[in-house]
Design a protein around this ligand. Structure first.
Ligand SMILES: *Cc1c(COP(=O)(O)O)cnc(C)c1O
Ligand code: SF4
Length: 353
């Protein structure tokens, strides 16, 4: 009350006659545009990132950061604990000096994406499913990302190659599911993304559209009303696969966004097993339980793909097997993710038993 009263006094201090002309205010940002503002405001520099967290003296990587710069949106930043250099959210986005290490077996294309390329931006590795790279942009740069070295700029299914991509999908009746990936397809604004869904849904034999995205976690406002309404329409069943590695990524703003999506799509999560981030049964169990609070089923737990720069994140498979066995003892069956690795040339993700 006191604050309100003194604010009123402060306003009243200027008499109406001498009050300056009202400052022209920017158009109130339409809720639908908030997320684009967050994309523009994202942290793009390692030094700035650690300064925000009061960790100014933390050492940073020197190589590779130009090719794969820092990108951390502020809603995600706000979930990182200041002053904690080992925070599991920070470790996913911090360009640590270990990125500069070279390690045997860590390559530029660990999952054979280039060999699976059917045409520009269209990867087909598995029966019935075509994966389209519709953008190279992401709403976060995950330091362990297996696509960090993928030639996105030159290899996309959209916009230039879009008509031919649609023809390809329409001509191959064996394809009944299209995965939109990237990059992150939800970095495309609704006025670009929603027409892609319209185009895909003109293909009569398509039954499912799947969107792989981290945006509902990074910038929950990306789940616009227009997007939710569009997902609810059309002949295909929609699946959204999010990518959370730790329960603390899923704060209440993220849960609200996911609950809205859950009304119109099947929600799944994939994680990567990451050293120092989720390499304990406790962390993985908490993640699964929190995902269920958000009506999202744990789908895959991936072994790290061995991309250059990511070796410090690797957890040996035997350790992963033991962790998943422990999860089975603690959780309902549907809360235990499938532990898999991706092997070039295999007809499906390979279960690790
Ligand atoms: C992982 C992946 C898929 C999806 O596989 P699911 O097991 O159905 O989740 C499809 N296409 C490509 C190229 C992939 O890498
Ligand atoms: S959001 Fe996905 S594609 Fe983008 S950097 Fe992270 S892991 Fe890679």
């Amino acid at each position: 009350m006191e604050i309100v009263a003194s604010a009123a006094r402060a306003v009243g201090a200027t008499s109406p006659s001498e009050s300056p002309p009202p400052i022209p205010r920017p158009e109130p940002v339409d809720g639908a545009e908030d997320w684009r503002v967050e994309m523009r405001r994202a942290i793009r520099d390692g030094r700035e990132l650690i300064r925000h967290l009061g960790l100014d003296s933390l050492p940073l990587a020197t190589g590779g950061v130009e090719r794969f710069p820092v990108f951390v949106p502020r809603p995600f930043l706000s979930r990182i604990r200041p002053g904690d250099p080992l925070d599991p959210l920070l470790l996913q986005v911090l360009p640590a000096p270990a990125e500069d290490l070279t390690a045997d077996g860590f390559t530029n294309d660990p999952v054979g994406d280039l060999a699976a390329r059917q045409r520009s931006g269209l990867l087909q590795k598995y029966a019935g499913r075509a994966l389209l790279i519709v953008t190279g942009n992401c709403a976060v740069h995950c330091r362990y990302c297996f696509r960090r070295e993928f030639p996105y700029a030159s290899d996309r299914a959209w916009p230039s190659d879009w008509p031919a991509t649609l023809e390809h999908l329409a001509a191959d009746r064996s394809i009944d599911e299209v995965l939109l990936s990237g990059g992150d397809p939800l970095t495309l604004a609704d006025d670009r993304l929603l027409p892609l869904l319209d185009d895909l849904e003109t293909i009569g034999h398509l039954r499912r559209i799947r969107i792989h995205t981290r945006l509902p976690i990074m910038i929950p406002n990306r789940v616009t009303q227009a997007l939710v309404e569009r997902l609810d329409r059309g002949p295909t069943a929609k699946t959204i696969v999010i990518h959370a590695n730790h329960a603390r990524e899923l704060d209440d703003s993220v849960r609200d966004a996911l609950l809205r999506l859950a009304r119109v799509a099947t929600l799944l999560n994939q994680s990567v097993l990451l050293r120092g981030i989720n390499d304990s049964a406790q962390a993985l169990a908490e993640l699964s339980e929190r995902l269920l609070d958000c009506r999202t089923l744990p789908y895959y737990l991936h072994r790290l793909d061995r991309v250059v720069g990511a070796s410090a994140f690797e957890v040996p498979e035997a350790e992963g097997i033991a962790l998943v066995a422990e999860l089975r003892r603690r959780l309902p069956g549907y809360a235990v993710p499938r532990f898999v690795r991706e092997e070039p040339g295999e007809p499906h993700k390979t279960p690790i038993a």
